[in-house]
Structures are given as structure tokens and as C-alpha cells.
Design a protein around this ligand. Sequence first.
Ligand code: 13P
Length: 395
Amino acid sequence: MHQSKPFTATKRHTSLSRKKPRNHHRLTVSATSTFEKTNPYTEELKATAKYISQRGRGILASDESNATTGKRLDSVNVENTEINRRDWRQLLYTAPGLGQYISGAIMFEETLYQSASDGVQFVDILKKQGILPGIKVDTGLQNLPGSDGETSTQGIDNLASRCEAYYKQGARFAKWRAVLRINEKGGPSTQAILENAHGLARYAQIAQSAGLVPIVEPEVTLGPGNYSIEETAYWSERVYSHVFRLLNEYDVMLEGILLKPNMCLPGLDAPTASPADVAKYTTRTMMRSIPPSVPGIHFLSGGMSEEESTLNLQALQEACPNAPWSLTFSYGRALQSATLKTWGGKKENWDAAQKILVALAEANSKAQLGQFKGPHPVPGGGRILQALRTGGAGK
Ligand code: 13P
């Protein structure tokens, strides 16, 4: 029997290793994709993502469609007209001092092109506050045939030309929301996970090629049922891992994206989890599935109360003080609900409503820095259920 000699780092071995390797193919593989090398926006995308995810700041999600905005306005007896939608967004974007805590605002298409009552464009008002304008680019959900209420997100058609136009109008980042469901019967099907991961990856590639930082939002949505926080963590990890595999397949540059996930929470019919438990499972899920090259993880509020959203964000920093990403917020309902109720469509409540918005943004900014000690500007309160039925800001 042939006896192979034990390996020693002899001269022969060293010189051999200097010879041209037989597998030429290996040398042509580079850690930088052709897309990243040739995209004229590569450096800008990195800078934009870094800006938005800077510590102590987060995103105001205000990209509700006209129909969803109408439902929100209706809850305070304000009619759903273009002027009223404009007034509501004007209240949000002109709140004095908002830019100290908010680095980006996501808008619906109508709002991106709108101006305040004095004629100044919203994009300019935001930029003056140091807030980058963003745009929701998906066009909503479609049922997956034969599934139990599972969906695919629409909007790839014309996405490239729409993104180019949004960039020209001043948008610097985009959002695409994919929804995955858990219920007592189990988690999302493999078909739904793959379909949504594929959609997110394709969208992210197109957005990056037009200079928009894609917010990748695989929302494992908080739904009815008595399922546990462990189940949410299990399914979330599975979903995010597939999403990142597909982002890699599509050469999406991870330094130029932002992730918008859910926190891990138990089902709506299960007892509420403590902030420490939410933080334990959420950070474990992130550590297992989100590469450190992603600059920011901007959680959605997903129906949590204003205070719950802040306390959970604070707990995340305590559970993961040296997180490689900024663990921060992209809240819709948790910033807007109390603001809207305080305004109620009345001129005399305008200043008070703006103050509530800025106080909520400040509380979450402190929580991002791990410095929130209370009291909370909107204490107590249950889940924002009315809004939950109609979905998050991105609907
Ligand atoms: P919520 O914070 O209300 O969940 O909305 C965030 C969002 O943009 C969902 O797409």
C-alpha cells in the first residue's frame, strides 16, 4: 500500500504554492461584485445608509397609502382629501427640532411631490431639518394562490424608471414591505418565504442601481394567536436567512441597505413578553442572521404601544451593547397615533401635536442610545389595535 509522507512545509511545498495555481478560475473571483464596481452610486449609497443609521436617530415611517391615511384621518373625523393629507404631513415634517432625532422620513408617492401650504416642497423642508426623504416603492400585496392568506409584494414592473424619477425628486432611500405570517398552525410556507425573499432582493438591486438605499422589510407580522416568542424567533431567523441568501445572489451591496424587521413578540392572544425577553430573542435572531456589514436595523413598531416600542428598543441596547449595527427604529404608528389624536384636525392643537411627536422621537432616540430612563411622553396604553387591523405605515 502506498504510504503518503507526512506533510511538512518543505521548500518544495513552498515553491509549489508560488506556482500558478491550476484552478485559474479562483483568481477571477473577487469579493467585490461587478455590480458594486460599476454602479456609479456605490459610495453614495454607503454614505446615505450610514447617515440614516447614525446612532441616536431613526426613521419616521409616514408612507401610508391614501386609503390607509384616509382611515387614520377618519378616526379623528378629518375628511380624506388631498389638502387634509397634506396638512397632516406638514404637521409632521415641520415639527420644530424633529431632525435632531429623525434622520429619514418615508413618504408615499403623493407626499414626495407635495408642497406645504406656503409652497415649499416637503423634500426641501425635510432636508433643511437634516432628514433624508425616502419613498415607498412597492405597490401592495397580492394573495398567493391556494395559500392560507399568504402574500407576495407587487411593484417590480417599472420599478427602475420610478426609482430614477424619485431620485430626481430628492428621494435618497426606498422601502419595500414583504409580509410573512405566523399563526397557531405554524409559520410561513417555503413558497411564501422564497417568493418574498426573491422580491426583496430584486427590488434592492434595482433601487441601488438608481442611487436609492433600499430598506429591506421582511415583516414577520404580529398576528392573532397564542403562539410563543420562541416561535416568532424561529420563523424570523428562517425568513431573514433566506432574505440575505437572496440579497447575496443578487449582488446587493450590504453596506448600502437598511433592514426593517419586526421585533420578536409572542402572538396577540399570548401574554405580552417583557422587554428583557423581547430583547433576548430579537438580538439572538439578529446575531444569527444579519451580517455585521449592514449598517442599521430599523425596527417597525408593528402595533406595539408607544411606551412598549421605546422600552423594547432600550432593552435591545442593554442585551447587545456592542451590536455591529445600529439597533434603531422606523416607527409609523408608535410616532403618529398619539400625534394624530392630539391634533384631531384642529388648528389650535397643531403645536401640542408637534410637541408630542418630537417628544416621542426624542424618547426613542434616547432608547437607541441605551439612555431612556422615563417618564414616557405617552405612558401606558395597550397595543395600537385599531391601526393594527389596517396594517402598518407601509400599507
Ligand atoms: P409601524 O411602525 O406602524 O408598524 O409601521 C412601520 C412601517 O412602515 C410598516 O411598513
